[in-house]
Ligand binder design. Structure first.
Ligand code: PEP
Ligand code: MG
Length: 580
């Protein structure tokens, strides 16, 4: 039995056999092979090298005859790498000495090679990482042939173990088959984590090397509540977790009765609980979980799950479908928040030295005005079909906000000229997710209809800690006293100026912070739909004066530890049986 720790993204317990997802497209069924199969695996590798080389040679000849030798040269390079003596012998010795399967050994060595390229300072050489990935996939295709499997072909419940998942892989996971997950990568508010939370299955991320420690078929326990992954549990541990698994299902069922009840405090204040969505079909999930609408639609996932830039019609259809899903409830559509850890597929290797401080979000949209306008037109066109608000992400300066609004007006004029209907008075808002926007909130409030606080980014920029990097995730602390003070200041500004304020970072869906946020004056929360029932339960158990007392006290502490301990104690008094 081996116990590993990571960062929880969804609570609960799952027990099942593991499936290990290796290269981007391939699921490698076996990591190690019995001694008697070693020779066969070596032969398999050798024949994959031969057939991949012949295939590349054909591609080289083809391209060279059409476009000349220079253009075709890249295939020569691929042939060279595939036949490189050092790489080949590294792969062969993993098979011989460690009894790795040919596929697993190839994947391991090619991954190492990718890391070598990633570290190169010469951008031209760093670009070669894409080629190495391509080579890995080609070899795996030849090795696995018919046995190459993907996640679409799961036949029984499994725990999915992977290094990382792309947004489209995560979006297409079948939640009836994937009952739990663990990943090597990811911080608590990384976008993979956000997608996994939406999936709702117990999941732990940032578990160092999990994808190399588990083999396909190993029995694995995911304890999303205590942030543990247990590999090959002993009998006693297994029995204990089987019981916990059942009681978690009971707890989830119990929360179901809250669906049709309002989120209203025990002393009568109505609180709006909205859902965050990444894909249009999730809008209906929000309503299903008892939310009051969609408080954040992260449209960039449409872009990320697509091969390229979605057309105006594709966007229009997606937004209309989300609006239909809300069944008349309001929806806030956020314009593309691309860049940083949300790259388009074909741009993912345009590495920036500091992507979180780079050309991301509204900056990216304002740099690609044609793309931005297409999106604004699609949002405007669907605004007549429901109660739609538009929101700009990562606004730092008034100039940016004004430029974004000007582009929106240009898009309105386009539609007017084309005679297409839209809602001219659609509410326009912005995210407050940088210290600059928080500090200048009063000026911004004069120019928007609403603000939504994005604590995921706000915390990363206030505390100078990359939200997606598991190596620094212990420094990512939402309870930091400076974060609390910043939130208090923004809420006060909202109350003073009368601008509508909400909070849509992951913090909104964590019971630990519900009393604090209510006490600071928050009345609209937006969160992963799966978190709505529990937050509703808590809202209905408390009163505003009580929450205000909790917030006042929380603001007196000097360290994040004290804040967390205090909030946990106060929350447990109301929810003694729930995982906090
Ligand atoms: C945030 O930063 O808190 C937020 C809600 O936006 P995202 O997580 O998509 O960056
Ligand atoms: Mg953000």
């Amino acid at each position: 039995m081996e116990i590993l720790t990571g960062t929880a993204v969804s609570p609960g317990v799952a027990v099942a056999e593991a499936v290990v997802l290796e290269a981007e497209d391939y699921r490698i069924p076996h990591r190690t092979v019995p001694q008697e199969e070693v020779a066969g695996q070596l032969a398999l590798f050798e024949s994959a090298v031969t057939s991949a080389t012949a295939e590349l040679q054909r591609q080289y000849d083809d391209l060279a005859s059409h476009s000349g030798k220079d253009a075709a040269d890249v295939f020569r390079w691929h042939i060279g790498v595939i036949n490189d003596r050092r790489l080949k012998s590294e792969i062969e010795s993993l098979v011989q000495e460690k009894r790795h399967s040919a596929a697993y050994a190839t994947s391991t060595v090619m991954r190492k090679q990718q890391v070598r390229f990633q570290k190169m300072t010469d951008p031209l050489l760093a670009e070669r990482i894409r080629d190495v990935q391509d080579i890995e996939r080609r070899l795996l295709r030849h090795i696995l042939g018919e046995s190459a499997e993907d996640l679409a072909h799961l036949t029984k419940p499994v725990i999915l173990i992977a290094h990382d998942l792309t947004p489209s892989q995560t979006a297409h996971l079948d939640r009836t088959k994937v009952v739990g997950l663990a990943l090597d990568m990811g911080g608590p508010t990384s976008h993979t984590a956000i997608l996994l939370r939406a999936l709702g299955q117990p999941a732990v991320i940032g578990v160092s090397d999990i994808s190399t420690r588990v083999s396909g078929g190993d029995l694995v326990i995911i304890d999303g509540t205590n942030e543990l992954v247990i590999i090959s549990p002993d009998e006693a541990t297994l029995a204990e977790y089987r019981t916990q698994e059942q009681s978690f299902v009971r707890l989830t069922d119990e929360l179901g009765h809250l669906r049709d009840l309002e989120a209203i405090t025990a002393d009568g204040t109505r609180i709006m609980l909205m859902g965050n969505i990444e894909f249009p079909h999730e809008a209906a999930d929000c309503v299903e979980k008892g939310a009051d609408g969609v408080g954040l639609y992260r449209t960039e996932f449409l872009f990320l799950a697509n091969k390229g830039e979605p057309t105006e019609e594709e966007q229009y259809d997606a937004y209309c479908s989300a609006i239909r899903g809300t069944q008349g409830h309001p929806i806030t559509i956020r314009t593309f928040d691309l860049g940083a850890d949300k790259y388009t597929q074909d741009k993912s290797y345009e590495r920036e030295p500091n992507p979180m401080l780079g050309l991301r979000s509204i900056r990216y949209s304002l740099r690609h005005l044609d793309m931005f306008k297409v999106q604004l037109r699609a949002i405007l066109r669907c605004s007549v079909h429901g109660s739609v608000r538009i929101m700009f992400p990562l606004i730092v300066s008034l100039m940016e906000l004004r430029q974004a609004k000007m582009t929106l007006h240009d898009a309105m004029e386009d539609l007017e000229e084309a005679g297409l209907p839209f809602e001219r008075n659609m509410a326009v808002g912005m995210m407050v997710e940088t210290p600059a926007a928080a500090m200048q909130c009063e000026q911004f409030a004069r120019e928007v209809d609403f603000v939504s606080i994005g604590t995921n980014d706000l915390v990363q920029y206030m505390l100078a800690v990359d939200r997606g990097n598991e190596r620094v995730s212990r420094y990512y602390n939402t309870s930091h006293p400076s974060v609390l003070q910043c939130l208090r200041s923004v809420f006060r500004t909202c109350i003073k100026t009368g601008v509508d304020g909400s909070l849509c970072g992951e913090m909104a869906g964590q019971p630990l912070y519900t009393l604090l946020l209510l006490g600071l004056g928050l009345r609209t929360f937006s969160m992963a739909p799966n978190n709505v029932p529990e937050i509703k339960k808590l809202v209905r158990l408390t009163t505003i004066p009580h929450a205000e007392r909790v917030a006042r006290r929380a603001l007196t502490f000097e360290t994040e530890r004290q804040v967390i301990n205090y909030l946990r104690d106060e929350t447990r008094k109301l929810l003694p049986h729930d995982p906090i």
